[in-house]
Ligand binder design. Structure first.
Ligand code: BES
Ligand code: MN
Ligand code: ZN
Length: 495
């Protein structure tokens, strides 16, 4: 998608469609609609008088050959109440306009900027990119093929601030990063194998100048990653990979080194503790945590914050072959801690355990993991909110604050010593499940055992990885949830 500023007065701009928004107010000439010429505003007032234009959220009003404008089509999008309006709304409005226009054959969109504020510019670009994404990758006639070609940012003759171009590229970087994550999650597991995930990570790293190393099955065994190996041994076809990406800008302080660990189960059948067949196909998305971290790395490689970041993605299938690990098995993790397997479907915490141990060995001083870890978290918070866990108040709060700015809903759930007994085993140091009750908490605390004293935050994205419904501003399917928050956390990072 081409994105450029257009300096012409709005009345002279000659593009297929111009988009403005209007708040739910006494006058229809609010929002960016108030920047339109007098005659156009009069037409909008008439539509308001007849009740055709109210400014309610995502109301679409199309004016053909609007008075006072050179364009043949003006789209006015309802922006809701002015008091509630945020950058998240602006992203959604721009996205909704894009989806509305392209569903009617529109390929070009000129957005009337309310201000040349960098935040607004970035929001519009990002909102359109995210909205222009569709999950129908393997349909012969993709809706994405009829997507938006050109986004024009109409300044209406107003001078651009110095950082306008930077804002434009920030919006692009963020939008593309989320779409990259969504692409990876969307792929079926016969295509997005651990090998393929590692390939995509390597390609991305090469393109954006990150260090990338892929450990294979022999390395995993040599490093005694018994927990990752236990899960991996069930797959006859697909060898496990541990993907490591490094962003280490010259001149950044030696510490902290932020470790981003993403669960990379490319298909979770449950293993010998096999899942019910209903909805099992959804388990192609069980590498969403890993995909999130790859999206974050792609973004920060371009934003270039002054902080060291290492991403680790333990990638494997969880399959029930004759080689598969079994309930009752006792395995030894890389940390030396022994684990009794009570349920082979609790595999995410196992692969994360070894990845966290390795992250510390590589020098990470802060650990943040993202994982489609538990159905329990999805039961608690639905598809809307990510569960946040951790003992370290400062880092949990940093993540929550970043999520708040990013406009991603995240909510802290407790970790507490009183739950610890639930993860006990009569035969080993730990059991890999803590029972049904508090399942998201005991899963998180299992991972926390491997973080030890290192500050650690866990994000359970089981619910938020995927949207079951379409919104005016976003297709149904993979969401890229978590990318914005972590990029926000790392941008302008201050130790
Ligand atoms: N990948 C699943 C969790 C999941 C469920 C993610 C639904 C997305 C949507 C995870 O590996 C799993 O199977 N968890 C089990 C743990 C249980 C066996 C202790 C669960 O949540 O049922
Ligand atoms: Mn599982
Ligand atoms: Zn899983």
């Amino acid at each position: 998608m081409k994105t450029e500023f257009r300096p012409e007065p709005l009345s002279q701009l000659n593009v297929p469609a111009l988009v403005a928004y209007s708040f739910e107010e006494v006058s229809a000439s609010s929002g960016t609609a108030e920047r339109l010429p007098e005659e156009t505003q009069q037409q909008l007032q008439e539509l308001q008088a007849t009740g055709e234009l109210t400014g309610k959220p995502f109301e679409f009003t199309i004016l053909r050959r609007p008075a006072g404008l050179a364009v043949s089509k003006l789209l006015v999008v309802g922006a809701g109440k002015r008091e509630k309006f945020t950058e998240t709304h602006l992203r959604h409005l721009a996205g909704a306009a894009a989806r509305h226009l392209r569903s009617r054959g529109g390929r070009e969109l000129a957005w009337v900027l309310g201000s040349t504020e960098p935040g607004a510019i970035a929001s519009v670009v990002e909102g359109v990119l995210v909205a222009d994404y569709d999950a129908d990758l393997y349909r012969t006639e993709r809706s994405g093929d009829k997507g938006i070609d050109s986004l024009w940012l109409a300044t209406g003759g107003e001078a651009l601030l110095a950082d306008a171009e930077a804002a434009l590229s920030r919006g692009r970087i963020l939008g593309e990063a989320q779409n990259f994550t969504r692409d990876l999650v969307n792929e079926p597991s016969n295509i997005m194998t651990p090998t393929k995930l590692a390939e995509r990570a390597t390609e991305m790293a090469t393109k954006f100048g990150l260090e990338c190393e892929v450990l294979g099955a022999e390395d995993i065994q040599r490093l005694k990653m018994g927990a990752l190996w236990a899960v991996a041994q069930g797959s006859q076809m697909e060898p496990a990979k541990l993907i490591v990406l490094r962003y280490s800008p010259a001149g950044a302080p030696e510490q902290p080194v932020i470790g981003l660990i993403g669960k990379g189960i490319t298909f979770d059948s449950g293993g010998i503790s096999i899942k019910p067949s209903e909805n099992m196909h959804e388990m192609k998305t069980d590498m969403a945590g890993g995909a999130t971290m790859l999206g974050v790395m792609q973004a920060i490689a371009q934003i270039k914050p002054n902080v060291r970041v290492t991403a680790l993605i333990p990638a494997t299938e969880n399959m029930p072959s004759g080689n598969a690990f079994k309930p009752g098995d006792v395995i030894t993790s890389m940390s030396g801690k022994t684990i009794e397997i009570l349920n082979t479907d609790a595999e995410g915490r196992l692969v994360l355990a070894d990845a966290l141990t390795y992250a510390k060995q590589l020098g990470c001083t802060v650990l943040i993991d993202a994982a489609t870890l538990t159905g329990a978290c999805m039961v608690a918070l639905g598809n809307i909110t990510t569960g946040v866990f951790g003992w370290n108040k400062e880092w949990v709060n940093r993540v929550l604050a970043a999520a708040n700015i990013a406009g991603e809903k995240m909510w802290q759930l407790p970790v507490d010593d009183d739950y610890r007994d639930l993860n006990k085993s009569p035969i080993a140091d730990l059991a890999n499940t803590g029972g049904r009750y508090g399942g998201a908490i005991t899963a998180a605390m299992f991972i926390g055992e491997f973080a030890g004293d290192t500050p650690w935050v866990h994000l359970d994205i089981a619910g938020t990885r995927w949207a079951n419904d379409e919104k005016p501003y976003r297709a149904k399917g993979p969401t890229g949830h978590g990318v914005r928050t972590l990029v926000q956390l790392l941008t302008n990072f201050k130790a």
